[in-house]
Ligand binder design. Structure first.
Ligand SMILES: [Zn+2]
Length: 314
């Protein structure tokens, strides 16, 4: 009843060949795990972390970020002032209350004081590790202002009185949390005494299969130039950049050009965004408007502004 393949006419042979080819392709698509892993919608690629830029609670400039891996691990960067602590503590509580790693970019009050407050009354919050690259006390006493030194010593004492220790990071150190990579690209620069604490900001890059985010803390021009000349410079390119020193007098334009971000994270209150010291836009001494003009030239796709409230990046 059925004719053999060789007995079919050319049109019928072509039809049979086409059906066989389709069946083969379908089989390979469903059976080959390498192909599946290349599909961005496949479970193998669902290692994307969520990043939140938290809004300030007291009107001052602050820096506070929380990241969450797909497995629920929380990573915190800085945290803000004492007045930001209740909001941050509640934010962490709603997301499981276990912090895998807490990074302090540098020892200034608008970055570490929320952590200080939380360490005094941690409640049920569990913090597994605190990482920083701290300038030593003798450097602070010699080079920092009286106010900076007082707050630095209070912070170190608060951590010492808690059950935690600050773990020093080293250049090129890397971490991995559920497929999210964190690379330390720069640490303290004790030889830079001008704008010294800011210029000793830890710089690190967080990367997953979807995006990369460069954190610069409050890095200044000198620390940025040193990093650009270091072997780490080739690893600075990132999709997102946290604007250095709240987007005011931070790193140079050349630094931003080198990173070539598509998205900017601004831990910047509205008065600083508009350089408004009470006398209207542009009335203050800060360089934010100039930095905003630099970013215009880079054709940034989106700006995430702290003054517009909680920002989320998937
Ligand atoms: Zn700051």
């Amino acid at each position: 009843m059925y004719r053999c393949f060789l007995n079919l006419n050319p049109d019928e042979r072509l039809l049979v060949k086409s059906i066989a080819y389709c069946l083969l392709i379908t089989f390979i698509s469903f059976s080959n795990p390498v192909w599946a892993a290349d599909d961005p919608s496949s479970p193998a690629n669902e290692s994307h972390f969520t990043l939140w830029q938290l809004p300030n609670q007291t009107g001052t400039q602050i820096m506070s970020y929380v990241m969450k891996t797909t497995q629920g691990a929380l990573i915190v960067v800085d945290g803000g002032m004492p007045g930001d602590a209740p909001y941050l503590a509640n934010f962490l509580k709603e997301r499981g209350n276990v912090v895998e790693a807490w990074f302090i970019s540098h020892p200034h009050t608008d970055h570490f004081s929320a952590l200080s407050e939380i360490l005094k009354k941690p409640g049920d919050l569990k913090i597994k590790a605190i990482y920083a690259s701290l300038l030593p006390p003798a450097w602070i006493d010699k080079n920092a202002s009286e106010g900076e030194a007082k707050l630095y010593h209070e912070f170190v004492a608060t951590v010492a009185a808690s059950e935690h220790v600050i773990q020093e990071v080293s250049p090129d150190q890397s971490f991995n949390f559920d497929g999210v990579s964190i690379e330390v690209l720069a640490v303290k620069n004790p030889e830079i005494t001008h704008n010294g604490i800011n210029n000793s900001s830890m710089v690190f890059k967080v990367t997953d299969s979807k995006k990369s985010v460069l954190f610069t803390g409050d890095l200044g021009v000198e620390g940025g130039e040193k990093l650009l000349k270091s072997p780490m410079a080739e690893r600075l390119k990132a999709d997102y950049i946290q604007m250095a020193h709240h987007g005011q007098t931070g790193v140079s334009e050349a630094f931003y050009q080198h990173v070539a971000p598509r998205f900017c994270l601004w831990p910047t209150p509205l008065w600083l965004w508009d350089v408004d010291n009470g006398g209207g836009k542009g009335s203050g001494p800060w360089k934010t408007l100039e930095v905003r003009a630099w970013m215009e030239k880079l054709s940034i796709e989106k700006h995430y502004n702290m003054h517009e409230g909680l920002q989320v990046i998937e």
